[in-house]
Design a protein around this ligand. Structure first.
Ligand SMILES: [Fe+2]
Ligand SMILES: [Fe+2]
Length: 242
């Protein structure tokens, strides 16, 4: 029997096969901060045809799993935290300064005729500040606690007691990042490039589209795989039901 796509939560569909995120990106369906809803509900909310999404998912699933499409729920929490730092955080550290440079240039050159370039620059600068401080907290506070929990210690030793406290803060920041990405996406009509602009404008739109997709995937791994496992592990170590 095939997957009951429509009655499964969108975030769970991506846990099962990470590459399905491509399909959801294409239809603008949220598998990130708002991924805790069945696919049918997500389609209704977005106004997209269920049959088209199901057909795209079935087609995707008919292909064999690629090498890079790892089952992140099956690796250790330490391995997943390392992977997030080495790929998603490393990508952000490299790209955020470069995109900031592009966004400033585009705003100065095209802001007067294209006010969306001004909205995008302002939202991007807020996002950059948010993500930089967010990564610092994950790398220096939360992920070290998660690695400790993975090795069987550290339960109840987070600031404020439970690991649930820093996790709640991080998830709140993920919501903020998601809203800023949506603001840029809406202002630029899905990162489209007007006809009368320079190639820097297109480079910025391409960079923002990639940033949005990578950040959705990044947040999905934390919100739906790493964080719930850390909370369950802590409960297990404290002897409480997970
Ligand atoms: Fe992160
Ligand atoms: Fe995060």
């Amino acid at each position: 029997m095939g997957t009951d796509y429509l009655n499964t939560h969108v975030a769970d569909l991506v846990i099962e096969r990470p590459g399905r995120s491509r399909v959801f990106e294409k239809f603008g369906l949220d598998y990130c901060c708002g991924g805790h809803r069945p696919l049918s509900e997500a389609c209704t909310k977005k106004g997209v045809a269920e049959a088209e999404v199901v057909a795209a998912l079935s087609e995707y699933d008919s292909k064999p799993r690629t090498e890079g499409e790892k089952d992140w729920a099956a690796v250790s929490m330490t391995e997943l935290a390392d992977h997030i730092e080495q790929t998603h955080h490393a990508y952000l550290k490299q790209e955020l300064p470069r995109i900031a440079h592009l966004a400033r240039k585009v705003k100065a050159a095209h802001g007067p005729e294209h006010p969306e370039a001004i909205v995008a620059e302002e939202a991007f600068m807020a996002l950059k500040a948010e993500l930089e401080s967010h990564m610092f907290k994950e790398e220096n506070v939360l992920f070290p606690i998660i690695r400790q929990l993975d090795s069987g210690s550290g339960a109840g030793q987070a600031h404020g007691g439970s690991v649930a406290n820093p996790i709640r803060v991080m998830m709140h920041e993920h919501d903020t990042a998601g809203q800023l990405l949506a603001k840029m996406n809406n202002a630029t009509s899905g990162y489209s490039t007007p006809d009368d602009v320079c190639s820097t404008y297109r480079a910025l739109m391409d960079a923002l589209a990639t940033l949005e997709e990578d950040t959705h995937i990044h947040i999905h791994k934390e919100n739906y795989i790493l964080f719930p496992r850390a909370e369950a592990r802590e409960a297990e170590l404290l002897g409480a039901p997970a």
